[in-house]
Design a protein around this ligand. Structure first.
Ligand SMILES: [Fe+2]
Length: 162
């Protein structure tokens, strides 16, 4: 018997509503992270301004690429990615980033907390998609980069404190 293939225009069935909401949650967190990183890039002050300011921008670019990859994966598997600011704010379970203009150590410490949460939730979302290797691999690969950026932030904090 030949396996049936989806006809053009027919959406594949979503894995489950719960899984899709986990993907939306991570889409929200990464959209928020990209904005927060830019905010820190603009507002960091003090003697470690330049290294912090320049370290952050490549992370913004990478996180924006992750946002696009998750959103397109959601659409591919039958979901409807929501990238609207009002929705991100409405669904956001965590508090607003607390800092405005502040020195590098304060921003890096706050970003360290943000990354800790995003990394934990990204890994949890990856586990929810163990039955869908493509989505699982996407989230796992992104987790590797998010953990690397988390490490960059931690090392920069340590170098300032040394
Ligand atoms: Fe800039």
């Amino acid at each position: 018997m030949t396996a049936r293939t989806a006809s053009p225009g027919e959406k594949p069935a979503p894995s489950s509503i719960g899984d899709m909401s986990a993907l939306q949650g991570q889409l929200d967190q990464l959209n928020d992270l990209a904005l927060t990183l830019k905010h820190a890039h603009w507002n960091v002050t003090g003697p470690h301004f330049f290294t912090t300011h320049t370290m952050i921008d490549p992370q913004v670019d990478a996180v924006r690429d992750m946002v696009d990859a998750i959103a397109e994966r959601m659409a591919t598997i039958g979901g409807s990615p929501d990238g609207r600011a009002a929705g991100i704010l409405q669904r956001r379970p965590h508090d607003e980033y607390p800092l405005g203009r502040a020195d590098a150590l304060q921003h890096l410490s706050a970003l360290h907390e943000v990354y800790a949460r995003v990394v934990l939730d990204h890994r949890a979302a990856a586990r929810m998609f163990e039955g869908d290797p493509v989505t699982h691999d996407l989230l796992t690969a992104q987790s590797a980069d998010l953990e690397k950026f988390h490490w960059f932030i931690a090392v920069h904090v340590q170098s300032i404190q040394a």
